[in-house]
Write a protein that binds this ligand. Structure first.
Ligand code: DCP
Length: 159
């Protein structure tokens, strides 16, 4: 993308804000493909080849503007995405979230005194979910250095 823009003297247009708007525009074009179709099955078995090709083009436009935006902002997207995957794994432990699309702060699992039956994972109660959520955001910043259980211990120690 950097070479593509340089050859065309387009660096002048590829500012962070312009690229973000271009990205959002392409997300709109991507959305248009699904607009009014209702839910469609995975793999899109009933779609024509041309429709899938068009979908691939719009997905690519989104990807290319995203990569370019990251680059222009000095963000190593590959590294950032891998770190985010690790953070996601910490935030959504399998033991707590398997089969549920709820946020950890919305899951209310009865606590065990010995913490054994749910593998030592203690769910966060609904009553204090807001404060826990705030704590959770702050905790995420240091979470990459912590294991899942240590992160949950950290959450429980916070007021
Ligand atoms: N100033 C620009 C213009 C285009 N592109 C690149 C990134 C996208 O991959 C693609 C977007 O091109 P268009 O704006 O022509 O968008 P479409 O390909 O979706 O065409 P249209 O909007 O006509 O449907 O070209 C770019 O990097 N910088």
């Amino acid at each position: 993308m950097a070479e593509f823009a340089k050859e065309r003297d387009w660096d002048q247009f590829h500012s962070p804000r312009n690229l973000l708007l271009a990205l959002v525009g392409e997300v709109g074009e991507l959305s248009e493909i699904f607009q009014w179709k209702g839910e469609v099955p995975s793999g899109l078995p009933d779609w024509k080849d041309e429709e899938k090709e068009h979908l691939g083009e719009e997905l690519s436009d989104v990807l290319l503007y995203l990569v370019r935006l990251s680059d222009i902002c000095g963000v190593d997207l590959g590294k950032a995405a891998l770190r985010k995957l690790e953070l996601n794994a910490i935030k959504y432990p399998v033991k707590l979230c398997k089969g549920s699309s709820k946020k950890p702060t919305q899951i209310n699992v009865p606590d065990n005194n010995d913490g054994s039956s749910n593998g030592g994972v203690t769910a966060i109660s609904n009553s204090d979910s807001k404060s826990r959520s705030d704590v959770s955001c702050a905790g995420m910043a240091v979470a990459s250095a912590l294991s899942t259980n240590r992160y949950i211990d950290f959450l429980l120690l916070c007021p």
